[in-house]
Ligand binder design. Structure first.
Ligand code: ADP
Ligand code: MG
Length: 300
């Protein structure tokens, strides 16, 4: 597969199919799809994936990738089959966060095999092109690259496929929301007012395209000083209050911790290097809560 080309036949109509525990009305080709519907010209995308989760935010730098990576590893540790797509084509973080900066995926026929580390199958634009290349891409090329990550990568059977999204409400988010039946989206924010203002916009976009909201994670909630007191650097409980106002589930808060930043930069995420720290416990609690909300969403 070349990293980017025009949409191929089997990825062009974006039909929504049952089988992911969620069906939604389909916007672009006018077909009504139910479980009885089968397309003669292609297989539905990601039909072997049970749950498709997006991790989103309004602002950049609030910790989407950190949450996505640690969530993926935690789910894999619990025995699930997990894949992670780095959908931030302008600022891919997955190669760094997994310590895979110089790795290239293998080509299998006309598809790519995902890389795999810490039990998680991975795909990132950073594995395919120089990062500077994607910076000049416009909407259609971004959408086409994302569709290739969905349809031309050998994901095979997965319990969870997680999308680490770019910030905001652009072409990439819309392409994903309209190409595949997302089980739901996990929103990430810091407690700070400016981050909350932006996450409001992102939330309303996902609501508009009928993506279930699994809930909100508050990252960088506080910093614990050596004497045990908590410094609420970005404000106190802003995420939790916001979730309450919006009527969405609060999935938990993650403190600011040097080990998180170091783990991200070194390619050895903190839940692996410091599994018993307060921060790792907070992250695992968030992961458990995400799992619980997924079951509730699928049951509803
Ligand atoms: N809880 C945390 N404590 C310390 N550093 C963090 C925390 N969460 C994220 N970071 C660091 O902040 C930076 C931005 O996080 P990242 O996950 O890349 O955000 P995003 O994907 O939303 O842009 C990274 O350097 C990351 O290591
Ligand atoms: Mg990111």
């Amino acid at each position: 597969m070349s990293p980017v080309h025009d949409e191929s036949a089997h990825s062009s109509c974006g039909h929504h199919h049952g089988g992911n525990g969620h069906t939604s009305a389909h916007s672009s080709c006018g077909h009504q799809h139910g479980n009885e519907h089968t397309c003669s010209h292609h297989e539905p995308p990601l039909k072997e994936v049970k749950n498709i989760i997006a991790v989103a935010s309004g602002k950049g730098g609030v910790g989407k990738s950190t949450v996505a990576v640690n969530l993926a590893i935690n789910l894999a540790q619990s025995g699930a089959k997990v894949g992670l797509i780095d959908a931030d084509l302008y600022g891919p973080s997955i190669p760094t966060m997994f310590g895979l900066l110089n790795e290239k995926p293998e080509v299998v026929g006309k598809n790519l095999a995902p890389l795999e580390k810490y039990g998680v199958k991975l795909m990132s634009i950073g594995f395919l092109v120089e990062v500077d290349t994607a910076l000049v891409w416009r909407g259609p090329m971004l959408s086409s690259a994302i569709k290739q990550f969905i349809t031309e990568v050998e994901w095979q059977e997965l319990d969870y496929l997680i999308f680490d999204l770019p910030p905001g409400t652009g072409d990439i988010q819309l392409t994903i929301a309209q190409t595949i039946p997302l089980t739901g989206v996990v929103m990430v924010t810091t407690p700070q007012d400016v981050a909350i203002a932006d996450v409001t916009k992102a939330l309303s976009m996902f609501r508009k395209v009928d993506v279930p909201i699994l809930g909100l994670v508050e990252n960088m909630s506080h910093y614990e000083l050596p004497d045990g007191t908590k410094d609420y650097i970005f404000g106190s409980h802003g995420g939790e209050k916001f979730a309450k106002i919006q009527g969405i589930p609060f999935l938990g808060s993650i403190p600011i911790d040097r080990a998180v930043r170091e783990g991200g930069d070194s390619g050895a995420p903190c839940i692996l290097t410091h599994p018993d720290s307060a921060t790792s416990k907070a992250i695992k609690q968030v992961a458990t809560e995400v799992g619980r909300r997924i079951s509730i969403t699928n049951a509803g």
